[in-house]
Design a protein around this ligand. Structure first.
Ligand code: GAR
Length: 210
């Protein structure tokens, strides 16, 4: 089983979807730890209830981002993961952190990247009048929300959708496509090489739509 560490900041529904699939044998991974930058993240308690080791590391105790990220990288590394899974981890990671885990950090983002990098993606899609929205899994590189795309799910925007109804439908898809991407990685089918995502030894010209 592939050892992974999951980083969260909040509710942790993606983390739980992954941990539950790992626990019931659907995903060939071992969740070594769940780590949060927020001590009160609801996801930490949920992970602990599943007997997964949890840690929190608050940025307030550190003078700047690079110093925090050195400590965070050391904490993550202490669990010896082969994949670092960002699941609603709401901090930008510095180049030093990314270099420590080069080629083995995945992120989920609630938009059809390259549309809507950053925050408030559902609101921005609604305000733009988009008929199609969704979510993306990508490898993490130094470019914020800009690393090579792996898989996307498209979600229709319905008349009368609010941020909360739309985000709820997108989140269901997040849980599905993140598990798929992690499954591919764990089975050695998905790699980051030469700054591109490769699936089954072929470079992805575009993300898999699923
Ligand atoms: C998810 O929707 C994820 O896509 C988003 O945060 C949410 C976390 O939910 N991530 C980002 O916006 C990253 N910039 P969760 O804690 O229930 O998994």
């Amino acid at each position: 089983k592939l050892p992974i560490v999951i980083l969260i900041s909040g509710r942790g529904s993606n983390m739980l979807a992954i941990a539950e699939r790992a626990a019931n044998g659907e995903l060939p991974v071992e969740v070594r730890a769940v780590i949060s930058d927020k001590a009160d993240a609801a996801g930490l308690a949920a992970a602990a209830a599943m007997n997964i080791p949890t840690r929190s590391l608050s940025a307030r105790e550190f003078p700047d981002r690079p110093t925090y990220d050195v400590a965070l990288a050391a904490l993550v590394q202490s669990f010896e993961p082969e994949l670092v899974v960002l699941a609603g981890f709401m901090r930008i990671l510095s180049p030093g952190f990314i270099a420590t885990f080069a080629d083995r950090i995945l992120n989920i983002h609630p938009s059809l990247l390259p549309l809507y990098r950053g925050l408030h993606t559902h609101r921005r899609a609604l305000e733009a009048g988009d008929v199609l929205h969704g979510c993306s899994v990508h490898f993490v590189t130094e470019e914020l929300d800009g690393g090579p795309l792996v898989i996307q799910s498209q979600v229709k925007v319905l008349p009368g959708d609010s941020e909360s109804t739309l985000s709820a439908r997108v989140q269901q898809q997040e849980h599905r496509i993140y598990s798929q991407a992690i499954d591919w990685f764990a089975r050695g089918r998905l790699k980051l090489r030469e700054q591109r995502a490769w699936l089954d030894d072929r470079p992805l010209e575009a993300p898999v739509i699923q």
